[in-house]
Design a protein around this ligand. Structure first.
Ligand SMILES: [Zn+2]
Length: 278
């Protein structure tokens, strides 16, 4: 069953509570949940820094908004397997750090992971290189792609020092393989990097932390998030990339989009609506 929307026709192959497996052309793409995190709702701001009214963002409690934490994996007939981000490991709240369980749920052997591509060096994206109990999550890992400007942040995490020899710094515009392009997405964090996969049937942009509160920021991309290093640059990146993705029917896969975090956008009113893959 091909998804009727968008140029990337995806076929849902498998689905479970914490995973979604799709096919596009000869590529397989998985969404794998690491869990979720609750953060202060007042982090969502209008461009003038005024706190966004609570009715405009989903609330768990009055003061908190719940963000999914998603990782993604893709491969091509079992090769060129790349994991995008690896979750929080045991570094943060126990509501995160569940990537290993999600992979087991999807029937993916962690020892098959040889390449990781990081969107940036924040804890909820890098610390899953180690499991919550401190083991190496991927015992055959040989390469970690990371934005050149994110390397310093990665190395500031002492527990991850053992991975230093695997780091492969990249920059926006670098072609990483025939089918894979690095796309700089400035504003959220140093070296914040997207990865554009071309499946032959369409493109999918793994866009990291381009959006934190999907229920609010697709409709109003100008809303900023206090965890963005440079909120005005992050806003400009978001406005441009959402426009580009809508124009080109590029699919988006975001670390904090509601599970499974994979879908495409359409223009709606002044902003966009997000249409999830499943
Ligand atoms: Zn994040």
């Amino acid at each position: 069953m091909n998804h009727p929307l968008g140029r990337l026709s995806v076929e849902v192959l498998s689905q479970s509570a914490n995973t979604l497996g799709c096919a596009s052309g000869s590529w397989k793409i998985w969404s794998l949940s690491d869990g979720y995190v609750d953060l202060p709702a007042e982090s969502l701001r209008y461009p003038n820094n005024k706190i966004c009214r609570q009715t405009e963002s989903p609330q768990r409690e009055d003061s908190l908004v719940r963000l999914s934490v998603n990782c993604f994996l893709f491969d091509h007939s079992g090769i060129d397997r790349v994991l995008i981000d690896c979750g929080a490991g045991g570094s943060w709240d126990p509501s995160m750090g569940h990537l290993e369980e999600a992979m087991a749920e999807a029937g993916i052997d962690t020892s098959s992971i040889t390449m990781v591509a990081l969107t940036h060096a924040h804890g909820d994206h890098i610390n899953g290189l180690l499991t919550p109990d401190g083991r190496r999550a991927f015992n055959n890992l040989s390469k970690i792609m990371i934005g050149e400007d994110a390397v310093e942040g990665f190395l500031a995490e002492p527990k991850l020092a053992e991975f230093r020899p695997l780091l492969a710094p990249i920059n926006g515009g670098d072609r990483l393989a025939d089918h894979l392009l690095a796309v700089a997405i400035p504003g959220h964090a140093p070296g914040h990097m997207g990865y554009l996969l071309s499946t032959g049937e369409g493109d999918i942009l793994f866009c990291g932390d381009l959006i934190h509160v999907p229920a609010a920021q697709f409709a109003r991309p100008e809303l900023t998030w206090a965890y963005d290093d440079d909120e005005s640059t992050a806003r400009a990146s978001r406005i441009k990339l959402l426009q580009d993705a809508a124009d080109a029917n590029t699919w988006l896969a975001g670390a904090h989009l509601g599970r499974p975090g994979l879908g495409r956008i359409v223009k709606e009113g002044q902003g966009y609506a997000f249409i999830p893959a499943a």
